[in-house]
Design a protein. Structure first.
Length: 316
């Protein structure tokens, strides 16, 4: 199979028939063998019934329905697990991503041998204050933190080799940082293509301002996991040892000074009346806690089981 097209959605009943017909037209024109995977992330409108009707007329349409809204990352995770195509395309269901981009994305993966191609919505039709400016800040921070030089990490239109999506773990709200996850997994040939961004035709955006805060937190998480996710003791243990040594040396210095003054019959104060004693003690306690955090992290890493992050209500 040439293509798997994964489309996460939430309450997009108006756009689904039009998107399906557009995709089928592009697939037939380019003689692709394909599957369209609609991932219904807990829609409360008629989206799931429309997907069921589309599957009755087109056997290439498949669907997964969540019991409730779990988020785009979980929807992509479910789609990645089910996808069978040589090339996987992800796109949004709101008709802002153009299916006409798919043939070139496919060519870049199959002929130019890219592992991942990310779309770049160079000209956007979103609100400047609500989306454009925050997106630019996100993309700048992601480039500086990850080293992946993309202009638009958050673009939903992306193309992947099958081996890429089978070897990355998408969770939380990390869907916008899939290129970073791919790089951390060892897939280095990551490219970018300018794509058409269309104005929303139906409904309103499902994302609020909280996604920007969550995005920054997820970026920090990815940075930490890429460097210390497999060896937490290297960070917490090292910091703990350093803090403990600083406290121990400080406490030792206080003790030495106390003995020196006693030996020379100089007036002294109780050790507990010296503020530096409590600073040294606190530093040693923090150092011990950091070391234990690293130790516990190592134990959890070796004993954890993959938890179920979402519940599927129906699937076909």
């Amino acid at each position: 199979m040439n293509l798997s097209i994964i489309i996460p959605l939430l309450n997009e009943q108006e756009s689904l028939p039009e998107l399906h017909d557009w995709l089928v037209s592009v697939m037939n024109k380019n003689k692709f063998s394909y599957e369209i995977l609609f991932i219904d992330d807990g829609s409360t409108d008629d989206s799931w019934h429309i997907i069921q009707n589309l599957s009755q007329t087109n056997p290439s349409v498949k669907g997964i329905r969540f019991l409730r809204n779990y988020g785009k990352s979980q929807a992509l995770h479910a789609g990645f697990a089910k996808a069978q195509g040589d090339v996987i395309i992800t796109m949004d269901a709101d008709l802002q991503d153009s299916p006409d981009e798919i043939p070139e994305l496919y060519r870049l993966i199959m002929e130019d041998n890219y592992d991942l191609i990310s779309g770049w919505k160079k000209k956007r039709y979103d609100s400047v204050v609500a989306k454009n400016i925050p997106s630019k800040l996100f993309n700048w921070a992601a480039r500086k933190t990850s080293g992946v030089q993309l202009h638009d990490f958050n673009c939903g239109l992306k193309a992947y080799k099958n081996t890429v999506i089978k070897n990355i773990e998408v969770s939380g709200e990390m869907h916008r940082y899939i290129p970073v996850l791919a790089k951390n997994a060892g897939f280095s040939k990551i490219g970018e293509k300018v794509v058409i961004h269309q104005a929303r035709k139906y409904g309103a955006t499902k994302f609020g301002m909280e996604r920007f805060i969550n995005g920054f937190l997820d970026l920090i998480t990815i940075w930490f996991l890429s460097k210390f996710g497999k060896r937490p003791m290297h960070l917490f243990g090292a910091l703990g040892v350093i803090m403990f040594l600083i406290g121990f040396i400080s406490a030792g210095s206080i003790g030495v000074m106390k003995l020196w003054k006693l030996y020379h019959n100089e007036p002294t104060i109780l050790v507990t009346n010296n503020p530096w004693f409590f600073i040294a003690l606190t530093t040693m306690i923090i150092g011990t806690q950091l070391f234990l955090a690293g130790f516990l992290g190592e134990i959890i890493l070796r004993t954890k089981n993959n938890e179920e992050r979402y519940k599927i209500s129906e699937e076909f």
